[in-house]
Ligand binder design. Structure first.
Ligand code: 3H9
Length: 686
């Protein structure tokens, strides 16, 4: 056998074990091993039944995602499945860890499935812009019916072994720790029975035949969520085929629909994001062997929106938090908001009341930072003012125990300046959460000049522990996500003085795939909040002067009716026109959507290139992950840098030069961008 497989026969039961770290992905070596293994099991007359089991931490985690996009090498998964289906004796899949995508599809082609209770199974291909292309869209509906299949395959959500047993996706539960023995015992009970095949079942799909309403309603209900993605529609079509077509024709249709998705930019972008999310943890001078500091208790300073959200992250994973405020009213308010958030989750069935209470019991609300003398990590989340932060950090330096990590959640300020007021700058780090801090998956880990590699490694690890994706940044104004996205905001503000209206600008950004445009966003957040730090006169500031604070008061860039439906605002239009006049900016009228998009997003790309030039960000994919996870940049574009590669860097450089000639040096293309464009290279593809 190959080095990833071992085959033994124990008293008539053939046991094929695959062990291909880290996750038994179905790459070429594993496919060969399965193909050879099943062929020899077929030929061995002593074998009456077969157990297929994996070594290591999991059952097959699906197709090898890194192989997509390159020439397929035989045996294909289809060849392997043919070998399994034609082996002529019952096959039992023994599942631990996660059976995902092609991994679950492999289990579904077996005749029976047994899993340990901690196992999970699912078809998450949708997250890669794909559909289950190895029979999953045809077999799962035959087991659970098209309604549940739609839910599971479109959401990509894995289910527990217990749920899988209830649905009939697996046939039995094994004991934790004795999967192999239990699977062998199970195999003995079915060795003499004719093999059961999922493909032969019709009972769950037959009632839906000739009833396209299920699918049309599903499409309608989810249109908003599917916007911009290609995979959901193809998944629906594939499940429709499972209902309407004989099995083999359904499989053919599934492959056609899969092959439409695989080369699409959307799927390439989502596959890139899959690896990009994992890549962020790799830091050249902070090897994975770097020791980390145990964090068993946390102190959060500031119980406002950010501080409260940050606190929840730790409570969620059982880490107690001492939450500090300056006065009782603010503290009570902060704790009440945390409780309310949890209770809302409980109302939606996401948490039990016991879980809510357990988490709340982990908060220790206190007045004054003296209480933080013994915590392992302090996160300061107070007002964005250098003087206040410095005061807090010099106090912390006196109070906090030696070996405590001192973090700031600042979004823009210089962490080295903050660290310098302490006698231990190597223990100071930025942990920059994005709002809402308990929801957004990005955590920018900001390394100061002197931050030690152990503290960096701890920040990166802790982020994963609380379910975030850490992106490492060096110190600069705005770090990664805010710094690049500020460029979009600046251009949006400039554009509306030149002719395009806020609604035209917003529409372009919405059509690109963002949930809303910059002006809709400003109105939602509140113009008083947005413009607070600006000393210069701005349109937003002029709107605020008229008490137009956005959705919450009198409208902002838009007018709103009672149900908060937005309409273009004549008042705002007048303010914009007056402002432009005062600045001497000529109204040049309408611009094409393409032009507006270039004007808004090419400067973002350019700023990303500067981050790389300056060594603020480690790699282009880190910038993309920060944008996707911190700003909901549409994942199917891959983020600004991946998207720039799909647009073509020479085109972007040419446009920036045109803008530079017209508007000045803020558009000067970064040396890296120019170099890559000239050399025919890209940010993300080498
Ligand atoms: C599919 O199956 C298509 C078929 O329907 C049809 C085909 C015709 N391939 O996540 P981790 C790497 S599509 C290649 O950190 P965890 C990962 O990059 C596939 N590599 O571990 C990482 O590498 P590194 C459908 C993969 O314990 C390392 O393994 N399946 C794959 O936190 C460890 O991963 C999926 O979408 C892969 N399939 O989580 C499942 N999977 O160490 C994708 C992982 O160099 N996988 N790697 O950074 C997962 O969701 C998680 O990896 C899993 C383990 C839950 C399994």
């Amino acid at each position: 056998m190959t080095n990833v497989a071992s085959l033994t026969v124990e008293d008539g039961i053939g046991i094929l074990t695959i062990d291909s770290p880290p996750v038994n992905a179905l790459g070429i070596n594993v496919r060969r091993a399965l193909h050879d293994g099943f062929n020899s099991l077929a030929a061995d007359n002593a074998v009456k039944a077969i157990v297929l089991i994996c070594g290591g931490r999991t059952f097959f985690a699906g197709a090898d995602i890194s192989e997509f996009g390159s020439e397929p090498v035989r045996p294909h998964l289809g060849d392997v499945f043919e070998a399994i289906e034609n082996v002529g004796k019952p096959v039992v899949a023994a599942i631990h860890g996660t059976a995902l995508g092609g991994g679950l599809e492999t289990a579904l082609i077996c005749n029976y499935r047994i899993a340990v209770p901690s196992a999970k199974v699912g078809l998450p291909e949708v997250n890669l812009g794909l559909l289950p292309g190895a029979g999953g869209t045809q077999r799962l509906p035959r087991i659970v019916g098209p309604e549940i299949a739609l839910d599971l395959i479109i959401s990509g959500r894995p289910i527990s072994a217990k749920q899988a047993l209830e649905y009939g996706v697996i046939d039995a539960l094994a004991e934790e720790g004795t999967l192999r023995e239990d699977a062998i015992a199970f195999a003995r009970t079915v060795a003499d029975k004719p093999p059961v095949r999922v493909r032969d079942r019709d009972d769950k799909v037959a009632p839906y035949r000739g009833k396209p309403e299920l699918f049309s309603e599903f499409r309608k209900k989810n249109a908003r969520a599917f916007r911009g993605f290609k995979a959901p529609e193809n998944i629906i079509k594939a499940i429709e085929a499972a209902v309407e077509l004989p099995f083999d024709e359904g499989i053919e249709r599934e492959m056609e629909l899969f092959l439409e998705l695989e080369p699409s930019i959307e799927s390439q972008a989502q596959r890139y994001a899959f690896f990009g999310e994992r890549e962020t943890s790799k830091i050249p001078d902070v090897p994975s062997s770097t020791p980390t500091i145990p964090v068993k208790s946390v102190g959060v300073i500031g119980a406002g929106t950010m501080g409260g959200g940050i606190t929840m992250n730790f409570l969620n994973v059982g880490i107690p938090v001492t939450l500090v405020e300056m006065n009782q009213a603010a503290l009570d308010r902060g704790v009440a908001v945390i409780r309310k958030n949890y209770e809302n989750s409980a109302k939606k069935g996401k948490l039990t009341i016991e879980q809510v209470e357990k988490r709340m019991a982990l908060v220790n609300p206190v007045i004054g930072i003296e209480a933080l003398s013994d915590v392992d990590l302090v996160i300061e989340a107070v007002f964005e003012e250098m003087a206040i932060k410095k005061e807090i950090f010099s106090k912390l330096d006196r109070i906090a125990k030696q070996g405590a990590i001192l973090a700031t959640n600042t979004s823009f300020l210089d962490i080295d300046e903050i660290a310098a007021v302490t006698g231990r700058p190597e223990w100071v780090i930025g942990l920059h959460f994005f709002s809402p801090a308990n929801v957004m998956r990005l955590l920018e880990v900001v390394r100061g000049e002197k931050t030690s590699i152990e503290v960096i490694a701890t920040g990166m690890k802790l982020a994963r522990q609380i379910g975030k994706v850490p992106v490492l940044s060096r110190v600069c104004w705005g770090f990664i996500a805010n710094r690049i996205m500020a460029k979009r905001a600046i251009q949006g503000d400039a554009l509306i003085l030149e002719g395009p209206t806020p609604q035209e600008v917003d529409k372009v950004i919405y059509d690109y795939g963002f949930a809303m445009g910059p002006f809709q966003m400003s109105d939602l957040v509140g113009l008083d909040v947005i413009g607070r730090d600006s000393a210069e006169r701005t349109v937003a500031g002029d709107l605020v002067k008229l008490d137009r604070l956005g959705q919450k008061k009198n409208g902002g860039y838009y007018d709103y009716d009672e149900s908060r439906k937005a309409t273009p605002s004549p008042v705002a239009a007048e303010i914009i026109a007056d402002f432009a006049k005062a600045k001497g900016i000529e109204n040049k009228g309408k611009q094409s959507d393409e032009e507006i998009l270039a004007r808004l997003l090419y400067p973002v790309v350019n700023e990303g290139a500067k981050l790389l030039d300056e060594g603020i960000a480690l790699r282009a994919s880190d910038i993309d992950m920060a944008s996707i996870l911190g700003y909901n940049w549409p994942v199917y574009t891959g983020g600004p840098m991946f998207w720039a590669d799909t647009v073509g860097l020479p085109k972007i450089v040419a446009k920036l030069r045109e803008y530079e000639a017209k508007y000045g040096a803020e558009f000067t293309a970064s040396p890296l961008l120019v170099k890559l464009a000239e050399e025919g290279k890209s940010f993300t593809r080498g």
